[in-house]
Design a protein around this ligand. Sequence first.
Ligand code: URA
Length: 438
Amino acid sequence: MLPQEIIRKKRDGQALSEKEISAIVSGMTDGTFSESQLAAFAMAVYFQGMSMDECIALTGNMMKSGQMLTWDDLKLDGPVVDKHSTGGVGDKVSLILAPIVAACGVYNPMVSGRGLGHTGGTLDKLESIPGYNTHPDNSLFRRTVKEVGCAVIGQTEDLAPADKLFYSVRDVTATIESVPLITASILSKKLAAGLDGLVMDVKTGNGAFANNLGFANEIAKSIIHVSNNFGVRTSVFITDMNQPLGRTVGNALEVMEAVNYLTGVDRDPRLHDVVISIASEMLAIGGLAETKKEGIEKVNEVLDNGKAAESFGKMVLTLGGPANFLEEVKSYLPEAPVIKPIPSEHTGFVSGINTRNVGLAVVELGGGRKNVTDGIDHSVGLSQVVGISEKVEAAQPLALVHAQNEDQANQTIETIRNSYSISDSNVEPNPIILYLLN
Ligand code: URA
């Protein structure tokens, strides 16, 4: 099958057969499709779309392009359920959620990604923890899932390798924002992990790549349809990303906020809403809660009795981190040498935040990558971030910047001030949970 003929067919708006889609996916991994042909194919799909049948075929073939994980031989006494977010700014939900649901009896093998563009990545955050192995071998990964209930790790070479290559081509050819390509990309990795259930968090707003509700809704529906087709029960939350989630943005700072959340030191209400909603839905999907109320009660119980925090500590230890990480968290996380307030220029209410620019400011500080091969500075970022509808006095901080030097700190102060709108009258923030679809 000639690659250019398959591309031509899609370019002209015709549906591809299962055989043609299978040829493209094999071509991604065996090199018979060049990167320029993959780029042309991605652009053809971007403009012409795909039918549900095509999207299912693409997802299935990409899923089977590598290893398929199975858990049956471990004889787990609970459901295998995962969560995935399309990514945002200050989104540390995965760090908190995995140990909570593990403490409630769910098994959560969570394969996470690195930061992308202006959004942070769970893997980069976890690598702030000294010794934490984000790429354990298969036997340690499985042992951690069995013994702790959760293991948050990075994508292995073997898991949906077709997506790894195709994603890197899409990333540099402006073809990320396509509903069928996003669906196949996310689900090929998640479905290869052998799940019984999945809860997705599709973020929408000025800090998300789905920057409008219509687009987020299309992604949500497509994911549910395709995932159900593969027998995986799936729910999707659409959540607001018109402001950073929680009070911190940046790798070590977000780990600190996650630990403070789990140990009950501090729980930002919007972050708490997302965590409780997704966690209780994971329990419901896994058959561990009959009603939303029962799910929420179970989640609150493991937060109150310390079991969720304990699961986090055990996961860190089993994957190579310090035994007393929770007790001595501050001494283990890297701290930036310069910490400065970002003073508001006016008195008033925060009426808007350019969340994408906030994320980019942290990338500029070194907390994210400009190129895939760049290293990362785990210590930098923002803390005490003020949210929409909160009142600030002139000269009061909008956030604290954590930087490597004064110049970087001053540049960030400028960027963050320009990212905030302050008004005389107050505005209601969007609710954090916009919709639940299943
Ligand atoms: N995340 C993914 O893994 N793939 C996409 O295409 C978009 C977000």
